[in-house]
Ligand binder design. Structure first.
Ligand SMILES: [Fe+2]
Length: 289
């Protein structure tokens, strides 16, 4: 099986589109114009409280912050990224989950993104990440190594049991459905009582149909980025579940025991603005029932 088993038929079109965009966006003028005229928008915080009966009542709540789709590059200004990291810092998460698509069009942008992270977030903050389709198409190896160097633990097809007193919680990261090779077996090799999944795209839910989990976070859709007033996307993101799970909270599974949270993400793709789909960071408190 190739590296991008579900993407190869679109690879040539993507290659051409990216070549054109690199020329079209030269000098990062869309990001500069966007920030100048206010098109990059205000980053909103969406708050959730998830109650789980497996969460011991004598343990304090766990605050998880989830941010995705920074897309640092010619269409997302560094100031916009800095604002998002400031908001993450203000939320003071116990753990920070990062859902991929860190960069857009050029791998090097990861170094600029990490400089902001290093300035704004304490080293002691627990940070975990998976990669998105844009990261995988550029240079997954380089981006993963750069993130790890800054103390961000990569969870693509890997797991982590949290340190006490939260050692009843395990994190399970999946490689991207569209551009990678998700391996549920490796990601769930060891599990704790409460299982939290980190993945890039809602279509990764297709990998999890037969796997028990409590809570999953993903991004990728940008909420459509350009949406109608009711939030429905003009054009859904790539992948079969992007329209169904465009953004928000979904209760899934036979007994509605699985919760999926889809974020609209922080940055911009080939369109440097958003309509009815403001940039978003998720703050989620996990507590006992
Ligand atoms: Fe994506």
């Amino acid at each position: 099986m190739g590296k991008f088993p579900r993407f190869s038929k679109h690879a040539f079109i993507r290659f051409l589109r990216e070549k054109v965009e690199k020329i079209l966006f030269m000098g990062s003028w869309p990001a500069k114009l966007g920030i100048l005229v206010g098109f990059q928008g205000t980053i909103l915080i969406t708050r959730y409280r998830i109650r789980l009966n497996k969460f011991p009542s004598d343990i304090p709540q766990l605050k998880i912050v989830f941010a995705s789709d920074f897309h640092m590059g010619p269409t997302t200004h560094a100031k916009h990224i800095t604002q998002s990291i400031d908001k993450i810092s203000d939320l003071k998460p116990d753990i920070l989950l990062l859902g991929g698509d860190f960069v857009y069009l050029k791998t090097d942008y990861i170094d600029s993104w990490l400089k902001i992270i290093a300035q704004k977030l304490p080293e002691s903050m627990k940070k975990y990440a998976v990669l998105g389709n844009h990261d995988n198409h550029l240079d997954a190896k380089y981006i993963s190594a750069a993130l790890e160097k800054y103390g961000i633990k990569m969870l693509c097809n890997r797991f982590e049991i949290l340190a006490p007193p939260y050692d009843f919680i395990s994190l399970h990261g999946l490689d991207d459905w569209l551009s990678g090779t998700p391996d549920v077996e490796s990601a769930f090799e060891r599990q704790a009582a409460i299982k939290i999944v980190l993945m890039h795209s809602p279509s990764n839910y297709l990998d999890l149909q037969n796997t028990e989990f409590d809570l999953a976070f993903c991004g990728h859709t940008h909420g459509g980025q350009i949406a109608f007033a009711d939030g429905s996307p003009l054009r859904a993101g790539s992948g079969p579940l992007s329209r169904q799970f465009n953004f928000g909270l979904f209760r899934l599974g036979e007994k509605m025991q699985k919760t999926l949270i889809v974020s609209k993400g922080v940055g911009f793709g080939s369109v440097p603005f958003r309509i009815n789909s403001a940039p978003e960071i998720i703050s989620c408190r996990l507590t006992a029932e």
